[in-house]
Ligand binder design. Structure first.
Ligand code: AMP
Length: 209
């Protein structure tokens, strides 16, 4: 299956996709993780996009689309759970050129939950696992439960940058919902209880698949 998990920053896309990937046994592609990998490895692409990513701005379409295209090619047989792309109508059109999408899950989360979540989010440098300093703490302070990697706070999870990312989401990314709705592949998912465990939320998401 070729699934897109769509939603604003902090809606839980990465967390849910990580669990879904194991349940469905298909790869998880996160363009945000691909961007951070390029930056961490100081590649020429990484150097060119670092400033965009750190300030919460979207990386230019041609660059992000090229990064995704390279990765998605390796998963076309098996299917995938894609997260972080598309973030604009233009990108949705680009994705249509790369492959067919079977299902788009639209995560609908109120703004105050997003700001609250992102400002306490921490992530593993090594495996990308996501934690929360308040609601999903690691067993050992600063260390990943899964791989013992070092946990860090993303530079774009600072309050000012979070607001910028939300603004860009509303202006540029939200219209993508209608793009897929009119094509009949979109299903809405509203999580009424923001503190429910990710496993429980994914149980409910699975019913849409
Ligand atoms: P994320 O982890 O999905 O929040 O992505 C982190 C950052 O990577 C974003 O703020 C953008 O700078 C960049 N990025 C990830 N995906 C895209 C995309 N589809 N289009 C443009 N920029 C992206």
């Amino acid at each position: 299956m070729r699934i897109v998990i769509f939603g604003p920053p902090g809606s839980g896309k990465g967390t849910y996709a990580t669990i879904l990937k194991n349940r469905l046994d298909i790869p998880h592609i996160s363009t945000g993780d691909l961007v951070r990998d390029e930056i961490r490895h100081k590649t020429s692409i990484g150097k060119a996009i670092e400033e965009y990513s750190n300030s919460g701005k979207l990386v230019p379409d041609d660059i992000i689309t090229a990064i995704l295209e390279k990765r998605i090619r390796t998963t076309l047989q098996k299917g995938f759970i894609l997260e972080g792309y598309p973030r604009s109508i233009e990108q949705a059109k680009q994705l249509d050129k790369m492959t067919r999408i079977d299902l788009v899950i639209n995560l609908d989360v109120p703004d105050h939950v997003i700001v609250d979540r992102l400002s306490s989010r921490i992530q593993c440098k090594k495996c990308g696992a996501i934690y929360n300093e308040r609601t999903m703490k690691p067993r050992l302070l600063g260390r990943c439960d899964k791989c013992s990697g070092e946990l860090f706070k993303r530079v774009d999870d600072q309050p000012g940058v979070i607001l910028e990312r939300l603004k860009i989401y509303k202006e540029t990314s939200a219209p993508v919902v209608d793009y897929y709705r009119t094509r009949g592949v979109l299903k809405d998912f509203r999580n009424e209880d923001p503190d429910s465990s990710p496993e429980v939320v994914v149980d409910r998401i699975m019913k849409l698949i």
